[in-house]
Every structure is written in C-alpha cells, then in structure tokens.
Design a protein around this ligand. Structure first.
Ligand SMILES: [Cu+2]
Length: 288
C-alpha cells in the first residue's frame, strides 16, 4: 500500500510540475497550449492517463499481491480444478468495453470539434515547399502573400564547419525571416497544400498539426485565446527531404487591432513595390 501511495504521489508531483510550466512545450507532459482545442486535448489526455493509472494499479496490485501471498514457500497449492468460468469471462469482457466507451465518447467529440472549420473568420492558404512555407491571406487580409524561411543566423550556424556555436543563436532552427501573423480571439482556418512533397504544419501550443499534401487541400483551424498574444513556434512534422529540419513554423499572435495595422502595412508595402518609379526616364538631353 505504501508503495502504491508513493507512486501516486510521484505521479501527482509530475502533474503539478507540468501545471506550473503551463503553456510551454518544455514540460514533461503535453503542453496545455493557448487554444480551446489544445486545452480540450490536454484534458482528454489527462483523463485517459488517469484511467491508465487506475488500470495499472488494479492489475499490478492484484498481480503483486498474488505473487507474494500465494508463493510456494507459504505452502500455496496450485488450483488445477478451475478451467472455465462463464461469469469471469463476461466480467473481463464487459469492464474493458465500458472503459473503452468512457474514453471513446469524449475522443470522438473532440475529433468532430477539430474538423469543424465552419464560421472561420480568417482563412490563410499555406503551401509547403522544400524547404519553406508560403502564406497567402484571404478574407479581410486578402492580397497579403509572402514566404517564410529559416532565419539567416540559424542558416549560417547550421552549415558544416560554420564555426558558429548553435547555442549562441537565439531560437536556433526555430526562427524565420517573416512569421505568420494572426489575430487573437479569431477563428483562423488554414488551407494546407504542398507544391512538391508531403510536409506537415505543426504548432504544439495550438494543438494544431496537419499534413500539407501535393494536389490536396487539408483544413485546420485554431482560435488563440484573447490575452495569449505572443510568438509560438513549431516545425515541419513530415520528413520532407534533406532540409526537413530547416523549415520551422513561427506564428506571431497579435491583438485584432494590431493585426489590422499589420495588414495595412503589408498592403501599403506591396503597393509601393508594385508602383512604377516616380523618376522620369532619362531623356537624350539628360544623358548628354
Ligand atoms: Cu517539410
């Protein structure tokens, strides 16, 4: 009993450590994340975890008790009489079925929630390339379109014999030149596809991961809770070739007002780039 209590205390301690490190991916447990989906995933994960702990305690408890109590040195005699018991067979079928149903109902509910991309407020087309991401905004930010590639300092440090210590590079291999910018408190839908091989867009803190497959469009949604603005990092999660480890995902979550400002800036910048130069072309006279 004391051993079981010690194990339970250790498990509880691990959970507390993780709760203290909430919303990070660095804990021992899953990140709780910053979206309603990731929070639901965490809750389901913990529910199933505690069911597993319960099963382990009952099964190993019975096993260890039997091994100790009925050992030969204590004069135990094997029971060769019991070869079949319908009652026992029914019990050990019904109980696991009940446990499976208890786990399957909330799991199915969450899967349906994950797939429900209706009523999204901002759609972004995400295209995977070897080895970068393209983000093309729709809806209110229509026209904003850019590539997101590994940041230069990481790229220099990763070269063979670069002479740069990667530990000196901030967010080594987890930083990009232009992050995906999204508003908080908004249901964002990603339309994922690829132009070459299968990639996967993954941000653990959003509870969001989906394959980007050439010729297909996969949907993914998340809604970052208001007040959870900040920078969140992930990676390509499908082995996509030589530089698979060098196409991180960085998402900059801003308040809706800051996001609106950012969209205006992006549109103004692209207009300026597209506009013809204001200087008149050189004439024959000015060339002389
Ligand atoms: Cu990839």
């Amino acid at each position: 009993m004391r051993v079981i209590r010690a194990i339970a205390a250790a498990l509880a301690a691990i959970c507390l450590i993780d709760a203290a490190a909430a919303n990070t991916s660095n804990g021992i447990n899953l990140p709780i994340g910053v979206t309603s989906l990731s929070e639901n995933m965490y809750a389901l994960h913990m529910e199933v975890f505690w069911i597993c702990v319960g099963i382990a305690v009952v099964v190993f408890g019975a096993m260890i008790y039997s091994l100790v109590k009925f050992r030969r040195s204590q004069g135990a005699v094997p029971d060769t009489g019991m070869v079949h018991s319908t009652k026992v067979e029914i019990i050990w079928t019904i109980i696991p079925v009940i446990i499976l149903v208890v786990m399957a109902v909330p799991a199915a509910d969450l899967i349906l929630k994950q797939e429900d991309t209706r009523n999204s407020e901002l759609s972004i087309r995400v295209t995977g390339y070897q080895w970068k991401w393209q983000y093309q905004y729709m809806d209110a930010a229509d026209g904003v379109d850019f590539f997101s590639t590994l940041k230069r300092d990481s790229n220099f440090a990763r070269q063979l014999n670069s002479g740069i210590d990667p530990s000196t590079v901030p967010n080594y291999l987890l930083d990009v030149d232009k992050p995906l910018v999204i508003p908080s408190g908004t249901k964002v839908r990603l339309l994922l596809t690829s132009m070459d091989v299968i990639h996967a867009w993954w941000v653990p803190d959003f509870g969001a991961k989906r394959s980007a497959v050439p010729g297909f469009v996969n949907e993914l949604w998340f809604k970052v809770d208001a007040g959870k603005e900040g920078v969140y990092r992930g990676q390509c999660a499908a082995l996509c070739g030589r530089d698979h480890g060098f196409m991180p995902v960085v998402v900059d979550v801003r308040t809706p007002d800051d996001f609106k400002k950012w969209v205006e800036e992006q549109k103004a910048a692209s207009k300026q780039a597209a506009a013809p130069t204001t200087a008149p072309p050189p004439t024959a006279q000015s060339l002389n």
